[in-house]
Structure formats: C-alpha cells, structure tokens
Design a protein around this ligand. Structure first.
Ligand code: SF4
Ligand code: SF4
Length: 155
C-alpha cells in the first residue's frame, strides 16, 4: 500500500489561516455529516473526510482545482453540530482562501469573482433579462458604481 508523509507545513498554514485554527480538535465523530445538505446530494462530499485530509495535511487533495471543498454550501449546519467546536465550515472557508492565494480555486468560482469585480454582480444582466424584467413590471437594474467597488477590493 502506498504511503504518504504528513505535510506539517500545510497543517501549520491551515492553523494560522482565519477560520482554520481549530481543525486539529476534530476527533472524526462524523456528527457534521448527518445533516450536511452537500453530503446528501453528492457522494463525493463529506465534511468529516475533509477534516481527515486536513489532519493528514493532504494539501494536494484539499487545494487542487477539483477539491471537494467547492461543493460546500456554507449553510453552517456543521458549525452547530460539531461537539469539538471545530467549526468545519470555517475550516472549509479557510481552505478556499488558501486556494485563492495559490490560484488553484475552481474555474467556475474564479469566473464568479471576476464577474463581481467587473460588474458587481454574480449574474450578468443581458438584453433578454432586461426585457423580461420590463414584461414583469420590475424596475430596470442600475449599474453598480465600479469605482466604489474597486475600493472594496483594494488590499
Ligand atoms: S456548511 Fe458545508 S460542510 Fe457544513 S453542513 Fe453546510 S454544506 Fe455541509
Ligand atoms: S463533528 Fe467536528 S469532531 Fe466530529 S467529525 Fe465533524 S469536525 Fe470532526
């Protein structure tokens, strides 16, 4: 059976990233899995397994483009369920932030971020959506003040 060494550098990185501090308190009870909506709909998603990979320092599995973390809906159910106050959802958010630093976030997510940066919206307003809004008697969607948006993104 192939062996894999523990990546202590990555474990320390996760511990020092906002939200990731308590990951090592996980004792693999699985209480975070039962009511997790993402686990119900995707056989590939399991917050306990994500925590196990974090405990093993599996940087490659957790921070690659096809990492399971991108299936988390941020519903915070696991936050309520965990008896160890690991705050699994916040560990997952910390992992997502590490992915952004490494530029290994999922392409769909990068696209969303780029749309928010350039238009202030996650969904593009098209001529068709404008027309449908008019037909439904809804107000015209106003442009987002881009200069103010840019200030929000300033480091
Ligand atoms: S926040 Fe994510 S991991 Fe936690 S219960 Fe919701 S979908 Fe599952
Ligand atoms: S509920 Fe908490 S301690 Fe239990 S497996 Fe999930 S993260 Fe680990």
């Amino acid at each position: 059976m192939p062996t894999k060494s523990i990546n202590y550098r990555f474990k320390e990185k996760l511990r020092s990233t906002l939200g990731g501090e308590a990951y090592s308190y996980c004792y693999q009870c699985g209480a975070c899995v039962g009511d997790c909506p993402a686990a119900m709909y995707s056989a590939d998603f399991n917050p306990r397994e994500i925590l196990l990979q974090a405990l093993l320092g599996d940087e490659e599995a957790l921070t690659s483009e096809n990492s399971p973390i991108w299936n988390c809906t941020n519903c915070y159910t696991c936050y309520e369920r965990c008896p160890q106050a690991v705050r699994p959802v916040e560990v997952i958010i910390a992992l997502k932030n590490i992915c952004f630093e490494k530029v290994t976030s999922a392409p769909e997510v990068r696209e969303l971020v780029s749309s928010v940066r350039s238009t202030g919206r996650t969904v593009k307003i098209t001529a068709l959506s404008d027309r449908r809004r008019k037909e439904l008697g809804l107000k015209e969607v106003k442009m987002v003040p881009i200069e103010e948006l840019e200030k929000l993104f300033e480091p």
